[in-house]
Ligand binder design. Structure first.
Ligand SMILES: Nc1nc2c(c(=O)[nH]1)N[C@H]1C(S)=C(S)[C@@H](COP(=O)(O)OP(=O)(O)OC[C@H]3O[C@@H](n4cnc5c(=O)[nH]c(N)nc54)[C@H](O)[C@@H]3O)O[C@H]1N2
Ligand SMILES: Nc1nc2c(c(=O)[nH]1)N[C@H]1C(S)=C(S)[C@@H](COP(=O)(O)OP(=O)(O)OC[C@H]3O[C@@H](n4cnc5c(=O)[nH]c(N)nc54)[C@H](O)[C@@H]3O)O[C@H]1N2
Ligand code: SF4
Ligand SMILES: [Mo]
Length: 677
C-alpha cells in the first residue's frame, strides 16, 4: 500500500491461534481519508519471548486489515444461497440486528433452544471476543459447542496423565541436551521456539524430528525419524521396552511421582525394537539408537505437537509420548520434560467467563467436528451464528458443511473480518473489528505471559467487536444475565479476581499499564518434579497405552494415507486471501507424492490428479518429492477453496471420524486414491 504519514507505534498482543502469542509493534498511519489504519507490523524488540520478530505471515496483517474486500458494513444476502456468486445489499445495523433477533426469537419460542447453534473457534484468542462472546447463547440455553477441532484429544490425553496442562518454560529449553520435536513442524508453527533450540544446539544439544514427512523442521534437525502416520504409540512402546531393559529409567522419580508402572512395564515388554520397527516403518536400529539417546541424555526436552492426535487413536499416541519423561525423570531437571500446552498455568477465575456458570447438565452438546451432521435438514437447526471461524473451509466433510449452510430454511449469520467462503454463504455478514480495533485479554499456550490490548485504532466503516453484536442481540432478546453485557474492564476484574499465586501482584491496572506481564511463576518452574495435579497426586501411567490399527486401514481401493498439516505462510485459513502469502506456497494447493506412488498412478511433477476419499474428491497439482514417504500423500495448508483448481477445500476429503480421546478431529487419518485427470 502507499506510504502514509506515521502517527505512532503501539504494542499489541497477536490474537491468532498460535502458541507464540507475540508482542507486536504495530505502526499506525493516517490515510488521505483522515482515518487511522495499521501500516506496518513487527515484533516488540523489548519482549523477552518475542525478541523483536513477527512471523513471515503476520508481518502482512496490515494488508489483511486494509484488504479491499474486507466487509465494512452489515450486509444481507439477496439472491439464493444456491447461486454460485453471492449478491449482498448493505443494511443498517438496526435492520440486521432486529431481523436476526426476531428470527431467533421465533425459533426459540416455536422450536426451542436446540434450534439455534453457535459455531466458533479461535480466529481470535482474546478472552473477550472469543470465550466471553458465548455468554449470550448460554443465557438462551442453546446447545454447547464442544470445541474439539484442534486441541481436545491432546488436552484429554495430557489430563489423564498429568491433570493440569503445564509446559516446560521455553526459556529453559536452552538447558536441554536432547531435543525431540515430535509431531510438530515447529519452525513453521512455533517459530519463536527456534532461538531457544538454536541456543541449546550451540551448547551441544542434539535435535531429533519425529514426523511422517520432511519439512523445514526435519531439515533443521540433526536427525529425522520418518515414521508411518498413526504409529507413534508403537514407537513409544518400543522405546519404553529399551528404557526398561537397559535400566535407563529413573526409579526414584517413578516411585515418588507416578502410579501404574507395573502395568506399563508389562505392556512394553512385548514391544521389542523389531516389532516397533515393523509397525512404524523405521529400522530396529533407529528405534534402539533413539531409545539410547533418550535413556542416556539429561535433560531431554520433548516438544510434542497436535499433529499425531489427528488420527483415530491419536489421543493414546500423544499420551504415550508424554509419559516418556515420567520414566526418565526429566521432569526433575531444568529444561527437561515435555511441552504440549502452557494453558494450565493461567489460573484465571473463569467461573463466569462466557457465562459458563449457566451451562446446565441437560444442555445438549454439539461436537464441532460434526457440523456437517448438525446442519443436515433432519437435525433441526434453524439458525446458526458463526464467529471467529471459517467452517466452510476448515471443518471436516466440508462439502456437506457447505450444503448445510446453503439450506434456504437455515438462517446463517457470520461475523467476519474477511469475505471467507463461510461469509459468502451467509444470509447476514456482520463486519468485525480486528485485534488493533478492540480491547482484549490474551493468555498463551506456548509461554507464560498474560497480555492486554487496548482498542488502539478505530474500526473502519461500521465494523464492531463480536461482544458488541452479542450485547445488541441480547437486548433485543430480553436477556437479563448481567455478564452478557460486561465491558472488557469488568471481564478483566473478574478474571483476575483470584488468590492463585501465579497471578499474585497482577492487577488490572498493572496489566493495562505494562501490556504484557509474566505469570508469577517460580524462577525454576518444574511443575511435575514431585507428582501431578491428578486425583492421586501422581503422574498416572495407567492404563498403559496400547497400539491399535486404524479402522480406516489402507487397502487396494484406498492405498494412500493423506496428511494435511499447516503451511509455513498460512495461519489456518486466516491469510488465504493474500497473494503475497499464497504465492510462496506455490499459488495453489499441491499434493506431495513420493516418486513410487506417483509412478504407480502414472503421474509426473506438475500433473493434475484427482484425489478420492470415502467422503469426497478434489483436484490438485502434483509435486513429486521424496519429502513424502511411500504410501503417504501430503497437502500442506488449509487453503481457501477459491485458490484450488476445483474450488474445493481439502476438507472435502476429510471425514467426521472422532479420536479415541476428547472427540477430536482426524485430519491426518484420511485414506485416498490418486488418479491422473
Ligand atoms: N505457519 C503456521 N503456523 C501455525 C498454524 C498454521 O496453519 N500455519 N496453525 C496454528 C494452529 S491452529 C495449530 S493447532 C498449531 C498446529 O500445531 P501442531 O499440530 O502442534 O503442529 P504442526 O506444526 O501443525 O505439526 C503437525 C505435524 O504432525 C505431523 N503428523 C501428522 N501425523 C502424524 C503422526 O501420526 N505422527 C507424528 N509423529 N507426526 C504426525 C505432520 O506431518 C506435521 O508435520 O500451529 C499453529 N501455528
Ligand atoms: N484439513 C485440515 N483442516 C484443519 C486443520 C488441518 O491441519 N488440516 N487444522 C485445524 C485446526 S488446528 C484449527 S485450529 C482449525 C482453525 O479453524 P478456524 O478457527 O476457523 O481458523 P481460521 O481458518 O484461521 O479462521 C478464523 C476466522 O476468524 C476470523 N476472525 C478473526 N478474528 C475475529 C474476530 O475478532 N471476530 C470475528 N467475528 N471473526 C474473527 C478470521 O477472519 C478468520 O476468517 O482448522 C482446522 N482444520
Ligand atoms: S502468528 Fe504466531 S508467530 Fe506469528 S506473530 Fe502471531 S503469535 Fe507470533
Ligand atoms: Mo489449531
Amino acid at each position: 500500500m502507499t506510504a502514509l504519514p506515521t502517527t505512532r507505534d503501539v504494542l499489541l498482543t497477536c490474537p491468532l491461534d498460535c502458541p507464540d502469542a507475540c508482542r507486536l509493534k504495530v505502526t499506525v498511519g493516517r490515510g488521505e481519508d483522515g482515518l487511522e489504519r495499521m501500516t506496518k507490523l513487527t515484533g516488540d524488540a523489548n519482549h523477552p519471548y518475542t525478541k523483536g520478530f513477527a512471523c513471515v505471515k503476520t508481518v502482512h496483517y496490515p494488508s489483511r486489515a486494509n484488504h479491499p474486500e474486507r466487509p465494512l458494513y452489515p450486509m444481507r444476502r439477496v439472491n439464493p444461497k444456491t447461486d454460485a456468486e453471492p449478491v449482498f445489499e448493505r443494511v443498517t445495523w438496526d435492520e440486521a440486528l432486529d431481523d436476526i433477533a426476531a428470527r431467533m426469537r421465533t425459533l426459540l419460542d416455536t422450536r426451542g433452544p436446540a434450534s439455534v447453534l453457535r459455531y466458533h473457534y479461535a480466529g481470535t484468542m482474546g478472552l473477550m471476543e472469543n470465550n466471553h462472546a458465548h455468554a449470550l447463547f448460554r443465557a438462551l440455553g442453546t446447545p454447547e459447542l464442544d470445541e474439539t477441532i484442534c486441541a481436545s484429544a491432546g488436552t484429554e490425553a495430557w489430563m489423564m496423565g498429568y491433570g493440569t496442562r503445564y509446559a516446560v518454560e521455553p526459556e529453559d529449553v536452552a538447558h536441554a541436551r536432547l531435543i525431540v520435536l515430535w509431531g510438530i513442524n515447529s519452525l513453521s508453527t512455533n517459530s519463536h521456539l527456534t532461538p531457544h533450540l538454536t541456543a541449546a544446539r550451540k551448547a551441544g544439544a542434539r535435535i531429533v524430528h519425529v514426523d511422517p514427512y520432511e519439512n523445514r523442521t526435519s531439515r533443521f534437525a540433526d536427525q529425522h525419524l520418518k515414521l508411518r502416520p498413526g504409529t507413534d504409540t508403537a514407537l513409544v512402546l518400543g522405546l519404553m521396552h529399551e528404557l526398561f531393559a537397559h535400566g535407563w529409567t529413573d526409579e526414584a522419580y517413578i516411585a515418588e511421582a507416578t502410579t501404574g508402572i507395573d502395568e506399563l512395564r508389562r505392556a512394553a515388554q512385548e514391544w521389542t525394537p523389531e516389532r516397533a520397527a515393523e509397525v512404524t516403518g523405521l529400522s530396529a536400529d533407529e528405534v534402539r539408537d533413539f531409545a539410547r539417546l533418550i535413556g542416556t541424555t539429561r535433560p531431554t526436552y520433548i516438544r510434542v505437537g497436535y499433529g499425531m492426535t489427528r488420527h483415530e487413536h491419536g489421543g493414546t499416541a500423544l499420551r504415550a509420548v508424554t509419559l516418556l519423561p515420567a520414566l526418565t525423570g526429566d521432569w526433575r531437571v531444568r529444561g527437561g520434560g515435555c511441552a504440549l500446552s502452557a494453558s494450565g498455568a493461567f489460573k484465571l477465575n473463569r467461573t463466569r467467563l462466557g457465562a459458563a456458570h449457566l451451562i446446565r447438565p441437560e444442555t445438549p452438546h454439539v461436537n464441532m467436528n460434526e457440523l456437517a451432521n448438525a446442519l443436515a435438514p433432519s437435525a433441526g437447526v434453524g439458525a446458526t451464528v458463526i464467529y471467529n471461524c471459517n467452517p466452510a473451509v476448515v471443518a471436516p466433510d466440508s462439502s456437506r458443511v457447505r450444503a448445510g449452510l446453503r439450506r434456504d430454511d437455515l438462517l446463517v449469520v457470520v461475523l467476519e473480518q474477511a469475505m471467507t467462503e463461510t461469509a459468502r454463504l451467509a444470509d447476514y455478514v456482520l463486519p468485525a473489528t480486528t485485534f488493533a480495533e478492540h480491547a482484549d485479554v490474551y493468555t498463551s499456550y506456548g509461554h507464560h505471559w498474560l497480555g492486554y490490548n487496548p482498542a488502539a485504532i478505530e474500526g473502519p466503516g461500521e465494523t464492531r467487536p463480536n461482544s458488541w453484536v452479542m450485547a445488541q442481540l441480547a437486548r433485543r432478546l430480553g436477556v437479563s444475565e448481567p455478564s452478557v453485557y460486561w465491558t472488557v474492564d469488568e471481564l478483566l476484574a473478574e478474571l483476575l479476581g483470584t488468590d492463585h499465586p501465579h497471578l499474585a501482584g497482577i492487577t488490572p491496572e498493572r496489566l493495562k499499564a505494562e501490556g504484557s506481564v509474566r505469570l508469577n511463576l517460580p524462577e525454576t518452574f518444574l511443575p511435575y518434579a514431585h507428582g501431578a495435579e491428578t486425583p492421586s497426586g501422581k503422574v498416572q501411567l495407567s492404563p498403559a497405552p496400547a497400539y491399535r490399527e486404524p479402522q480406516a486401514a489402507l487397502n487396494a481401493e484406498y492405498p494412500l494415507r493423506l496428511v494435511t498439516p499447516p503451511a509455513h505462510h498460512f495461519l489456518n485459513s486466516t491469510y488465504g486471501m493474500l497473494d503475497v502469502l499464497t504465492r510462496p506456497e506455490g499459488q495453489e494447493p499441491q499434493v506431495m507424492l513420493h516418486p513410487a506412488d506417483a509412478a504407480a498412478s502414472g503421474l509426473s511433477d506438475g500433473d493434475y490428479a484427482q484425489l478420492q476419499s470415502e467422503v469426497g474428491q478434489v483436484r490438485r497439482r502434483v509435486r513429486v518429492t521424496t519429502e513424502a514417504q511411500p504410501g503417504v500423500a501430503v497437502v500442506e495448508g488449509t487453503w481457501w477453496g477459491l485458490s484450488a483448481p476445483d474450488g474445493e477445500s481439502i476438507n472435502t476429503l476429510t471425514a467426521q471420524t472422532l479420536t479415541d480421546l476428547g472427540g477430536g478431529s482426524t485430519f491426518h487419518n484420511t485414506r485416498v486414491r490418486v488418479e491422473k485427470t
